[in-house]
Design a protein around this ligand. Structure first.
Ligand SMILES: [Zn+2]
Length: 281
């Protein structure tokens, strides 16, 4: 798993344990003798936090180019720019600290399974964040991510689609264009738009996610296969929508009525991350 420009702490990893069935996929050309690296921690943390985690769990000081150069830290903690004017630093700092407290409150409510409380906290926090923080600010991205997941679960589909879109816009500015996390988030956003009846945006996102996962997960991976099927289905629906919007909408409504209300999986903590969980020995 090579991560050329995408970012993340690098360090020489252990030898690939092919005997245990680990598949490595290169995202770019590897020159002979070039160091192959893997990220140990989530890139959506600032350098200081990543280094702290690496020291605590892996016992080394990371000296990768991202850590040395504090690459994208400014975006991850950045303030919004309105008509070329930056929000004062003091205000950004204040909302950042407030967000951190709200994130802790939100995590607690989430662990308790109190999803209506989670969404209430998210809405309250986002109202303060959106006029002040950049769309790449990681505390805002965390709020959008949870808000989108939980509101989809509570069947607030339009709201879920809005948050998912903001989240993906931010991710696009932070992640390497071929990053697996970006691919998974784009897929989730695409499906939510599709469910919300926003077929054009939904199909576009599903195509994009498919292109990423074909490279990061490979064409035969079950998620890639699912995406391929969704891509074909949404393409067909989009064609129908363009031919006759009215017929498309009434068919969609009829289909929804005939379907028992489908419950989505409970938004348990970090469902996306579980897909990347390391195999236990
Ligand atoms: Zn590093």
């Amino acid at each position: 798993m090579r991560d050329p420009k995408g970012g993340q702490p690098r360090r020489r990893g252990p030898r690939p344990q092919t005997a245990q069935g680990i598949e490595l996929r290169a995202l770019g050309k590897i020159e002979p003798g070039e160091e192959v690296t893997v990220s140990y921690v989530d890139f959506l943390n600032v350098t200081e936090d990543r280094q702290r985690q690496l020291k605590m769990h892996y016992f080394f000081d990371c000296t990768c180019e991202h850590c040395k150069g504090h690459i994208k830290d400014d975006l991850k903690m950045g303030g919004k720019e309105v008509d070329g004017v930056k929000v004062p630093e003091e205000q950004v700092k204040e909302v950042t600290e407030y967000s951190l407290q709200m994130l802790q409150k939100m995590d607690k409510a989430r662990l308790e399974g109190n999803y209506h409380e989670v969404i209430k906290i998210c809405r309250e926090c986002m109202e303060k964040q959106e006029p002040v923080l950049a769309d790449t600010h990681i505390y805002q991205l965390r709020m959008w991510s949870t808000a989108s997941e939980v509101s989809a679960y509570l069947q607030f589909i339009d709201e879920a689609a809005d948050y998912a879109r903001k989240m993906v816009d931010g991710y696009n500015k932070l992640y390497h264009p071929c990053n697996a996390h970006l691919g998974m988030a784009t897929m989730r956003a695409g499906v939510t738009h599709w469910q919300a009846g926003k077929i054009e945006v939904g199909h576009g996102m599903i195509c994009k996610a498919y292109a990423i996962l074909q490279r990061t997960h490979g064409p035969t991976h079950p998620i890639t296969k699912d995406l391929e099927a969704m891509r074909m289905q949404t393409e067909m629906e989009l064609r129908m929508f363009r031919e006759n919007e009215y017929i498309y909408k009434s068919m969609r409504e009829a289909a929804l009525k005939n379907q028992p209300m489908s419950m989505m999986n409970e938004p348990m903590a970090e469902s996306v991350k579980n897909l990347f969980r390391r195999q236990k020995k």
